[in-house]
Design a protein around this ligand. Structure first.
Ligand code: PEP
Ligand code: MG
Length: 891
């Protein structure tokens, strides 16, 4: 037969911490605390299964419940030596909800349940304090009236305020027993007036009313919304905890408090929290009286720390604090009450904490021997490191949000609105903080993005140009904020009913996607020694290598600083936009004869050679993958008439013929058009120049530094093996020529990106001519889902909000679809070449969830933007530990 009720406290513990699903978090921990000898007032938990049964049976309780509750209540009566509803020595109880995970939105707490006109007199006699008894009674009517019977809370508050004014007192504590009596009477009248029913006087009716209110609140709209947002199934249900009351409001040797076993914002190992003398739980949060600190050390002279005011209870609490941390092996968030100098524990749970605190607590606890190093690694959520690496909004700062886009690149930044990359550069050079606002960005905007504090776009998804490039630079970015209207001509931005002009300030939160009007204060990041300690521990356990996507020397330096073990993707197209280069690039494309094209390309060679040489130098022998030119040609086309005229003059052609060529080169769908290796095959001179630059740079830097440099040349967007046959052969010919000219050789690899479904499906063939695969999961997601990287912003958030997709597939790999292709490609590739090097360089390479998947596929490395490198190192370590655990290997 199902057992519906579990007792705790007073030497009878039927539950424990392991029974969270059945007893809820609060119930399981009350039983656990009682079982390790902590002073927990006795009580019982009505299980979550009752909640499920209640809803499954047309809102009816299981028939045996009433008897089990009566039995458990009777045991509490015996332990306390009091009787529920007794006019002389009444037992009073609290009733609280408690789901598996703490869940706002549900009915929370009713205290002092069991009071009526008779029992209140008994309480007055047994406590010898009439004032306390009537105060407790009015608190009960107030709480029960509002949370169980639905009377607006302020009705009681308003009356109390009026009464205090009439009595000429300021503090609740100054109200005398006789006055409370009158207030109680008025409270009952409020209940009658508001609900049309009298306040229940029968303690049993009160108890069942409160139990019903807890179960009823499980399905209220607020709880439903919260569950939806946090993926909590309705089938879990909530438990109800009924516990004998202890009183923190019975005099000056009584108190109530809420605290953390360590500081939840810094992680410092100090007892952190607040308490109030002569008060009940709700007074601490109500804000009427100012709670006081726990430890004397942290108190200012005008404060009354608990350590001084209630030294014995404080000492006991310190002992409990240590015991709880030892027992739970984590920082705890606890609630307690002191009644007549005796401490009682009302709750303990794992404490929520900031990223900085999570890091410090994990490291400290491992050093204190409370947890192992491996546990410490698992205690820090990898993405929380973003908070440590970037500025964040000051939580205390006022703010007005005007729009929300995608959280494309973390951090917070404020600056003046500027609409062009050129103006950003100019104003930034004057020392101004500016935000680049664009409908979308293109490679031409990169210099402006670099100079800006942050980037805001109104179109595009999480792998749009703006998102990828900003993340790479560590620049704050909110992308695809579709509710913002940008008018370049009028130089205005309109959102949320506000129109801002160029030069007006906005603030971006790249961690949430929020856009605020004006300047919101930010706090700079601080990196402690704990950070590198944790990274070191993570490095010891991870199997996946972590590289960075970087193309500028600056990014490569950042990547190294954050511990990248190589470069997994250098996007060479980003090197073509410098003012000294773009002219040659345009001539190369627009040239109508071979010679003119060769001349333009030759002019580019020294630039590229220098680019590669500086990256090789910075990376000091670590592997560097350089991808040959990828983006659609049209991105490099001359735009305005002036640019057209410049190119025409340089090539000696007419403007008309160039205009005709420009329109011939423009494409309806450039992302699926003339890009990647298709470009390298139809314009072989471009790839030949790039391969030459790579090999010449590698030879030069090898000689200069004595480090063996093994460049990895990567061919993008291969869909059929023949494409790699042709490009590989051409590249090898160039390499051979350079070797011959220089009279030297070096090792190099030629591999490909797997970023088209066909490439993944035919990977066994492609592997015959590839030395490595790097999965380009951005394009692979785009092409597998048939979902444009640049247009997804307009509807993808709806899909995620409404559960059509569990997550944005451009952020976290779609395991069933795109992931299946990655797995297929990896397995097929290794079948052909067992030692084929496998990596991933799409944005998923920096996403912890995706990294866990890549670990399971057995890739060799992930490559992500430099600022994501620490996140990836930690996530890779956690993935390795999870895999070990799955395989049953003890930690
Ligand atoms: C990819 O497609 O995943 C990739 C890394 O290449 P890009 O983002 O430059 O298209
Ligand atoms: Mg790609």
């Amino acid at each position: 037969m199902t057992k519906w009720v579990y007792s705790f406290g007073g030497g009878l513990n039927e539950g424990g911490a392991g029974m969270r699903n059945l007893l809820g978090g609060k119930g399981a921990n009350l039983a656990e605390m009682a079982s390790i000898g902590l002073p927990v007032p006795p009580g019982f938990t009505i299980t979550t299964e009752v909640c499920s049964a209640f809803y499954a049976n047309g809102n009816n309780y299981p028939p045996e419940l009433a008897e089990e509750v009566a039995g458990a209540l009777h045991r509490v009566e015996e332990m306390m030596g009091l009787t529920f509803g007794d006019a002389n020595a009444p037992l009073l109880v609290s009733v609280r909800s408690g789901a598996r995970v703490s869940m706002p939105g549900m009915m929370d707490t009713v205290l002092n349940l069991g009071l009526n006109d008779q029992t209140v007199e008994g309480l007055a006699r047994s406590s010898g304090d009439e004032r306390f008894a009537w105060d407790s009674y009015r608190r009960f009517i107030q709480m029960y009236g509002s949370v169980v019977m639905g009377v607006p809370h302020h009705r009681f508050e308003d009356l109390l305020e009026q009464a205090k004014r009439g009595l000429g007192v300021h503090d609740d504590t100054a109200i005398k027993a006789t006055d409370w009596r009158e207030i109680v009477q008025s409270y009952r009248e409020i209940v009658q007036r508001e609900t049309g029913t009298p306040f229940p006087t029968d303690p049993q009716a009160q108890l069942w009313g409160a139990i019903g209110a807890v179960f009823g609140s499980w399905m209220n709209p607020r709880a439903n919304t919260y569950r939806k947002l946090h993926d909590i199934p309705a089938s879990w249900g909530t438990a109800v905890n009924v516990q004998s009351m202890v009183f923190g409001n019975m005099g000056d040797d009584c108190a109530t408090g809420v605290c953390f076993t360590r500081d939840p914002s810094t992680g410092e190992n100090i007892f952190y929290g607040e308490y109030l003398v002569n008060a009940q739980g709700e007074d601490v949060v109500a804000g009427i009286r100012t709670p006081q600190p726990m430890a004397a050390e942290k108190a200012t002279p005008d404060q009354s720390p608990m350590e001084k005011v209630l030294p014995n209870a404080y000492k006991e609490l310190l002992r409990v604090r240590e015991l709880l941390e030892k027992h739970y092996r984590d920082m705890q968030d606890i609630e307690f009450t002191v009644q007549s100098n005796r401490l009682y524990m009302l709750q303990t749970r794992t404490g929520k904490r900031t990223a900085a605190a999570a890091l410090k607590i994990a490291i400290d606890m491992a050093r204190e021997g409370l947890i192992t190093q491996e546990e410490a690694i698992q205690r820090v959520p990898p993405t929380s490191l973003d908070q440590l690496l970037h500025p964040t909004l000051d939580p205390k700062a006022e703010r007005t949000q005007i729009a929300r886009g995608l959280p494309a690149s973390p951090g917070a930044a404020a600056g003046a609105i500027v609409f062009t990359a050129e103006e950003v550069e100019d104003r930034a050079a004057q020392g101004e903080d500016v935000i680049l606002v664009r409908i979308e960005t293109s490679p031409e905007d990169v210099h402006g993005m670099h100079a800006a504090r942050g980037v805001l776009t109104t179109r595009g998804g999480m792998t749009s140009h703006a998102a990828v490039v900003a993340r790479g630079m560590g620049r704050v970015c909110v992308a695809g904020a579709g509710s913002i209207h940008v008018d370049y001509k009028a130089q205005t931005l309109t959102a949320g009913g506000v129109t801002l002009k160029g030069g007006d300030w906005i603030t971006l939160d790249g961690g949430t996607g929020a856009v605020y009007v004006g300047k919101v204060a930010t706090i700079p990041p601080t990196l402690s020694g704990d950070f590198s300690t944790l990274m070191g521990w993570a490095d010891d356990v991870r199997r996946l290598r972590v590289r960075a996507n970087a193309e500028t020397p600056e990014d490569a330096e950042t990547a190294r600083k954050f511990g990248a073990e190589g470069i997994g993707l250098s996007r060479t197209e980003h090197m073509f936009f410098g003012p000294d280069r773009i002219g040659h690039v345009r001539q190369m494309i627009m040239a109508d004869d071979h010679d003119a094209r060769r001349k333009a390309i030759e002019a580019l060679l020294p630039f590229q050679r220098d680019d590669f040489a500086s990256i090789f130098r910075i990376m000091r022998g670590l592997p560097v993958t350089i991808r040959l030119l990828d983006p659609p040609l049209h991105e490099f086309l001359p735009h305005g008439e002036m640019e057209l005229a410049e190119v025409a003059a340089a090539l000696g052609q007419s403007i008309e013929s160039l205009r005709a060529r420009r329109s011939a080169l423009s494409e309806a769908n450039p992302m699926l058009g003339h890009r990647g290796c298709r470009l390298g095959i139809t314009y072989p001179e471009i790839y030949a120049m790039q391969v030459r630059a790579i090999i010449e740079a590698a030879i030069a830097v090898s000689h200069e530094t004595g480090e063996a440099i093994v460049p990895e040349i990567m061919i993008p967007l291969v869909g059929v093996k023949t494409e790699l046959d042709v490009t590989r052969k051409a590249a090898e010919a160039v390499v051979a020529a350079v070797f011959a000219e220089k009279g030297t050789t070096l090792d190099y690899l030629i591999g490909t990106m797997i970023e088209l479904p066909r490439a993944a499906i035919t990977a066994s063939q492609i592997a015959e001519v590839a030395d490595f695969f790097s999965f380009g999961t951005n394009d692979l997601t785009q092409t597998t889902l048939g979902l444009s990287r640049d247009d997804a912003g307009s509807f993808l958030p709806y899909y995620v909000d409404h559960g059509l997709l569990p997550k944005d597939p451009f952020v976290s790999i779609d395991r069933e679809g795109v992931g299946a292709l990655v797995r297929m490609g990896a397995e097929a590739g290794r079948k052909t070449k067992p030692r084929l090097k496998l990596g991933v360089c799409g944005e998923h390479g920096g996403d912890p969830d995706s990294i866990a998947f890549f670990e399971s596929v057995g890739l060799d490395y992930v490559s992500c933007s430099p600022f994501r490198v620490p996140v990836a190192r930690l996530a890779a370590a956690q993935a390795a530990l999870a895999k070990k655990k799955q395989a049953g290997i003890p930690a």
